[in-house]
Every structure is written in structure tokens, then in C-alpha cells.
Design a protein around this ligand. Structure first.
Ligand code: HSE
Length: 333
């Protein structure tokens, strides 16, 4: 019997940052928690809390269960029956990396449950294979800003520490947009001039973020690979990307595949209220309700807490506090 219970707190993420399609990601101060232990009842069970969680499968087809089994298989151990709990403050299918968070949380929790035999690089590799691109999973796994590349078999990354003055404002529309639908809107070929445009902007953005030259972000956060094609799916987006800097943003982008829009802001900016009003007002003009949140870059990856089963209990962690009791005070809702 495995005598551990693991709780993992994983950050949300924003991917692409404008020009770095499938390459750049940044972890954000919005979180999901996954708790995992071996089931003492001999049956796998789930407690899923949070917005949209009741629609997720609660059997062995559940993503967290399947990802955990992948880790056990890689490590050559067997833990077939699990007790899994999850709470998430990250809205589903809005471009804030909720699926990447579930994958990274499940990988890290399962690995910690069996004594962490797999390296972070191995977990990154597995996460990228599962997600199909490295940007969100890299940010959730390593924290901060992550620059990554994936050739279909190997994932590489470099982490950049976010500048302490960098803050973000996200506008989260009330509707969901699947990554699949947002990727479908993209062309299969692009013009050389657009490729050159993005290489320049993405390189400039990485250099600006690494060197702290925040004034360059406005010029660097431009994109011709995906945002122009996705704009039709998110009314108001084109205006927000074009004018956010006039309202005090350092730059603005579609967050991941959307529909969330993200503005980078200098924490000391005097224009925060105006910017928030502009984002909300522009979406409202299009009939779109949106929630705005001020989020900081999250500088750490998953935070892992491991508890050993009380020797005297004989049974399990059944009497101990639920996941929700434990994280109360940290969650937004
Ligand atoms: N890079 C991905 C995209 C992120 O833009 O489609 C969303 O998963």
C-alpha cells in the first residue's frame, strides 16, 4: 500500500504572448489543486470541485487518472486504484491553459506519490506529447516565462524570470472557445513576409522580457500567424489589440487560443482603471460579458505537499480535511 497523499497547486498560463505561437508561455497567479492518494477502498474515486468540473468524467477515462497511470507505467510501478480530488479557479476553454494545468498537475502528483522517479524534463516531455504543444505546459511546469521548442519528439526550453514590474489584466469572455476550433481557423501555409514579421517580433519580445526593456513590448507583441485569423471568433478582439497601448497597456494579445484577451501592464501604471474600462467596454459593445482579473506572473511551478498516512489510522486519509477545507483562503470563489 502506498502511504502518501499528495496535494499539488499548479498555476494557469497564457500562451503565445502574441507572436510566439506554440512557443512562448507565462505562468499566471490563478491556480488549480489536485490531490492524489492510493484508494484504500480498492476503487477509484473522484471529488471534482469548481466551475464546469461536474461535466468531466468520473471514471477511469478521466484525464487525471489516465495521466497518472502513464507516469506509473513509465516508472514501472502499479497503483491501479486512486483517490483523486481537484479544485480549479481556472475557467475551462478560455485560453488560460486549464487542460495543461490538469496534465501538469496529474503528472507531478503521480510522480510525487511514488517518490519522484521521473525528472522535470521527462515530465515536460510527457506533458508536451499529451498537450500537442509545449507553451502552456512549460509555463505551468516551470513557472515564470518559458520559451520552448518541440519537434514532435523532443521538447527543449529556457525559463526567463519575469520582471517584477510586469503585471497582467485578463478579460475573460463568458463564452467558451475550444482550442480545436481556434486552431481550425488557421491557414496551413503562410507568406514568407509574415513568417519574417513573426520571427522578428517574437525574438524582440523574448529579448525585451529577458532584459527588462518593457517599453519594447508594445512593438514586439504583434502577430501575423494566428491572431488575425482568430479575430473573427472573438468580436472586439481586433480593437482591443490595436488600441490597448493607447489606454496604458505595455502590449496586448489573445491569450492562447482565446477567447481571453491579456494586456501586459507596468505595475506602477496610473492608467489601470481606464484600461480595465476599455477592455470591458469594448467587449460589451459587441454584446460580450467579460470578467476582468488582475493577475501577476507566477514565478514558481507546481507547489507539492506530501503527507504520510497516519500509522494508527489503519484505513486511510478518510477522516482528514477535504481538499476544499485545505485550500480555503487561497481560492478565489
Ligand atoms: N499555442 C496554442 C494555440 C495554445 O494558440 O493554439 C492553446 O492551447
Amino acid at each position: 500500500m502506498n502511504d502518501r497523499k499528495v496535494i499539488v497547486k499548479v498555476p494557469a498560463s497564457t500562451a503565445n504572448l502574441g507572436p510566439g505561437f506554440d512557443t512562448l508561455g507565462m505562468a499566471l497567479s490563478l491556480y488549480a489543486w489536485i490531490e492524489m492518494s492510493e484508494s484504500v477502498s480498492g476503487e477509484t474515486s473522484f471529488q471534482l470541485y469548481g466551475d464546469g468540473m461536474d461535466g468531466l468524467p468520473q471514471d477511469k477515462s478521466n484525464l487525471i487518472y489516465k495521466v497518472a497511470q502513464l507516469v506509473f507505467k513509465e516508472a514501472g510501478v502499479k497503483v491501479p486504484e486512486l483517490r483523486i480530488a481537484m479544485y480549479s479557479d481556472i475557467p475551462l476553454a478560455r485560453g488560460l491553459g486549464s487542460s495543461a494545468t490538469a496534465i501538469v498537475g496529474a503528472l507531478v502528483a503521480a510522480n510525487a506519490l511514488i517518490g519522484s522517479p521521473l525528472s522535470d524534463q521527462k515530465l515536460f516531455q510527457l506533458a508536451t506529447e499529451l498537450e500537442g504543444h509545449p507553451d502552456n505546459v512549460g509555463a505551468s511546469l516551470f513557472g515564470g516565462i518559458v520559451v520552448s521548442a518541440w519537434d514532435g519528439s523532443e521538447a527543449q526550453h529556457v525559463r526567463i524570470e519575469p520582471n517584477s514590474r510586469l503585471e497582467t489584466l485578463v478579460a475573460i469572455p463568458a463564452f467558451q472557445l475550444s482550442t480545436e476550433k481556434a486552431r481550425h481557423a488557421l491557414p496551413s501555409q503562410i507568406a514568407m513576409a509574415d513568417a519574417v514579421f513573426n520571427v522578428g517580433r517574437s525574438s524582440l519580445l523574448v529579448a525585451a522580457l529577458a532584459s527588462g526593456e518593457l517599453g519594447l513590448i508594445r512593438h514586439a507583441m504583434q502577430d501575423r500567424l494566428h491572431q488575425p485569423y482568430r479575430a473573427a471568433l472573438i468580436p472586439g478582439m481586433a480593437e482591443i489589440l490595436e488600441r490597448a497601448a493607447d489606454f496604458g497597456a505595455l502590449g496586448a494579445a489573445l491569450s492562447g487560443a482565446g477567447p481571453t484577451l491579456i494586456a501586459f501592464v507596468d505595475a506602477d501604471s496610473p492608467d489601470k482603471t481606464e484600461l480595465e474600462g476599455f477592455l470591458k467596454g469594448t467587449l460589451a459593445k459587441e454584446g460580450i460579458d467579460a470578467e476582468t482579473l488582475w493577475l501577476s506572473p507566477c514565478t514558481s511551478g507546481p507547489v507539492v505537499t506530501v503527507e504520510e498516512r497516519p500509522v494508527s489510522s489503519g484505513a486511510g486519509f478518510g477522516d482528514s480535511a477535504t481538499l476544499l477545507d485545505r485550500i480555503k483562503g487561497e481560492i478565489i470563489a
